[in-house]
Each structure stands twice: as C-alpha cells, then as structure tokens.
Ligand binder design. Structure first.
Ligand code: NAD
Ligand code: ZN
Length: 350
C-alpha cells in the first residue's frame, strides 16, 4: 500500500474554534512509530478544551490537535524499534514521561513533572490521520481485540489505577460515585477484581440504569436527600459500609457522603476532578482512619487493562453509544457536551 499523504487533523485554535487542517506528515525518530489512527474516544477534558479553551490547570494558547483515547495501525517504525512492525494494531498510552528523573525511576511516571500528555497544551493529540509516538508507549492488540476497544483502554486504565489506589480486591464492598464513562469502567474493573458488591451513585436516573445493565449490584440516586440519608442508602445497597471508594464525579457533597458511608480504614481514590478546594469532615477521616488517595491518570496499568479486555473479563463494547467520522468532529464534541449517551467514538480511518 502506498504511504498516505493525507494528514487531516482536528485542530483547536481557541474555544469553539475547531478546524480540520492538514498537518505535516510525521517521520518516526529511531524509537518511535508512526500510527495510522483509526479510533479516538472523546473524553471530558477534550470537551472542556473545545468548549472553553481550557481545563482547570491548562489553557490552549496555540493551535493544538485534540484527542488522547486512541488506537490504530502501525504504518512505519523507527530504526531501533524491535517489538512492533508495520501492520500491527496498537493502543496508544498517551502520557510520555522523561524516564530519567527519580520519580520515573521509582515507577511513578504519571507524576513525572516533565510528562507530556496528548492534547494537554501544548502537546498535540491523536485526532489526526497519522500520529507519531514512542514505540514503548504503544501496546500491540491481539487479533480479537477491536480498535475501538483499543481506544477505550485509556479510560479503562484510569479505572484500573483507581481500583489500585482504592485497594479494590477480593471481597471488597465498592462504592463508585458517578456513572459517567469513568464510573462505569470502574464498576466493570471492580467486578473483574472480584469485589463482593458494587454500588454506583449518580444524579441521573438514566446513567444509573446503564450502570445496572453493566452489573452494578445496587444504585443510589442522588436526589436531594441529606448526606446522612444517602450514606445510609449506600450502606444498605452494599450490605455494609464501603471498604473501597472510587470517587468519579468530583462533587464535594458526593465526597462528603462517601466519607460518611465509609467503613473504618476504607480507602478513597479521588478520580473525579471537582472544585480546587472543598470542606471535608476531618474528624470522620481521623476517627475512621480513612485513606484518601489522589489519582493522576495512571502508571504501569496499560498491560493490565489490555489483559482484562483480551481475557473477556471486561467488555467495553456496550460503552460506545455514538459514532462520528473525523470530518464530523464538531458534532461529536457537541454530542459529548450535551451529555448524549456514554462514550462517543470518532472514526479517523474505518
Ligand atoms: P462525566 O461527567 O461523564 O461523569 C460524571 C458523572 O457524575 C455524571 O454522570 C454526573 O451526572 C455524575 N454526578 C454529578 N454530580 C454528582 C453527585 N453529586 N453524585 C454522584 N454523581 C454525580 O465524566 P467522566 O468522563 O465519567 O469522568 C469522571 C470524572 O473523572 C471527571 O471529573 C473527570 O475529569 C475525571 N477524570 C479524572 C482522571 C484522573 O486522572 N484523575 C482521568 C479521567 C477522568
Ligand atoms: Zn520523569
């Protein structure tokens, strides 16, 4: 097949100014691969950049290609790449650290101060026909794992790391706050890790219905009842207080309710991004010796997430509720902003 000259890309210039433009054709460095991108899932952060030109910490100051949940087919490989070859189907881990600092050497590369993450300003993302990436941050997909599933490994990896940070394991009673894509993959992961029961909360009945369809043992609708009352409903749904909590919405009342419901010594993983500051019940945290763990993306979890999918223990297919082409990117972002469905997928190549 002749190499493609088309590198149409979805480039955000500023809030609400997304343009389809041809970008330079990427050439691989010695340790890189160039990937023909097939599928890119839309994440909340992409929608924030598109809608507002920023997230809490990062501002789009120069044109940037959006997208970071991606999979595709290797087109060319650099001279030193030995584990991938043209034609391999791969999932892309979008955050590449410096690899040299003490934090990277300790294996915590997600919090490397020099990490470069796709579609986090000023780094270009993956909504582009041809994309260059370090080969060791690409994971070869087995034949039976689809490219859509490959793209969905990114949010699944957030859940795998979140479950590690919340200590989810055999027999855990798990509370997942928020039934968006991240909450749902957290539910799926907790079940795969042999949690005893999983309860999911949300303010949206339709999202809770979806979580029930994905195997939630119980759900609690956040309906204006007091935090005490809601915590009681969570404990009843789980048959006891949660031992592991994945906070996947970021709302302060949700965090407080979860801490109130928590079992002594429970661990809470802060996945959701909420306000920069919040009031928390410090006496409860101290008296129950609760552990509050931040979550910043993930480290060393892509292979685990891929194994969950390849072994059939997690099925991601039902999460994709809407599909668009690269040329329809603007409509895809609008659909995501409107909160339609669960996961919106863009096809860059079929
Ligand atoms: P989403 O917005 O689609 O889902 C959030 C869900 O929380 C929604 O269904 C919403 O109805 C629900 N919600 C709102 N208020 C609530 C409340 N008080 N109680 C319970 N549920 C409530 O977002 P998502 O894509 O599923 O991501 C979830 C969160 O995780 C976001 O805040 C996102 O920024 C964050 N995130 C963090 C990381 C990380 O590295 N820590 C990575 C990816 C996403
Ligand atoms: Zn580093």
């Amino acid at each position: 097949m002749a190499p493609s000259r088309d590198n149409l890309s979805a480039v955000l210039h500023k809030a609400r100014d997304l343009r389809l433009e041809q970008k330079e054709l990427p050439e691989p460095g010695p340790q890189d691969v160039v990937i023909r991108i097939h599928k890119v899932g839309i994440c909340g952060s992409d929608v924030y950049y598109w809608h507002r030109g920023r997230t809490a910490r990062f501002v789009v100051q120069s044109p940037m290609v959006l997208g970071h949940e991606a999979a595709g087919v290797v087109e060319t490989v650099g001279s030193q790449v030995t584990h991938l070859r043209p034609g391999d189907r791969v999932a892309i881990e979008p955050g590449v650290p410096c690899r040299l600092c003490p934090i990277c050497k300790a294996g915590r590369y997600n919090v490397c101060p020099a990490v470069r993450f796709c579609a986090t300003p000023p780094v270009d993302g993956t909504l582009t026909r041809l994309y260059r990436h370090p080969a060791d941050f690409c994971y070869k997909l087995p034949d039976h794992v689809s490219l859509e599933e490959g793209a969905l490994l990114e949010p699944l990896t957030v859940a795998v790391y979140g479950c590690q940070r919340a200590g989810v394991g055999l027999g855990s009673r798990v509370l997942v706050c928020g039934a968006g894509p991240i909450g749902v993959v957290s539910l799926l992961t907790a079940r795969a890790l042999a949690a005893a029961r999983v309860c999911v909360t949300d303010i949206s009945p339709s999202r809770l219905e979806f979580a029930t369809g994905q195997g939630a043992d119980g759900t609690v609708l956040i309906d204006g009842a007091s935090e005490e009352e809601l915590a009681g409903r969570v404990v009843a749904a789980l048959g006891g207080p949660p031992t592991a909590i994945l906070e996947c919405c970021g709302a302060a009342p949700s965090v407080r309710m979860a801490l109130q419901a928590a079992a002594p010594r429970a661990k809470l993983a802060f996945v959701g991004r909420g306000p920069p500051d919040m009031d928390l019940p410090m006496v409860t945290i101290a008296a129950k010796e609760l552990e509050l763990n931040g979550v910043f993306r993930y480290a060393n979890c892509y292979p685990l997430a891929l194994d969950l999918v390849a072994s059939g223990r997690v099925q991601l297919g039902p999460l994709v509720t809407h599909r668009f082409t690269l040329e329809e990117s603007e409509s895809a972002f609008q659909a995501a902003l409107d909160g339609r469905g669960i996961k919106i997928m863009i096809s860059v190549h079929d």
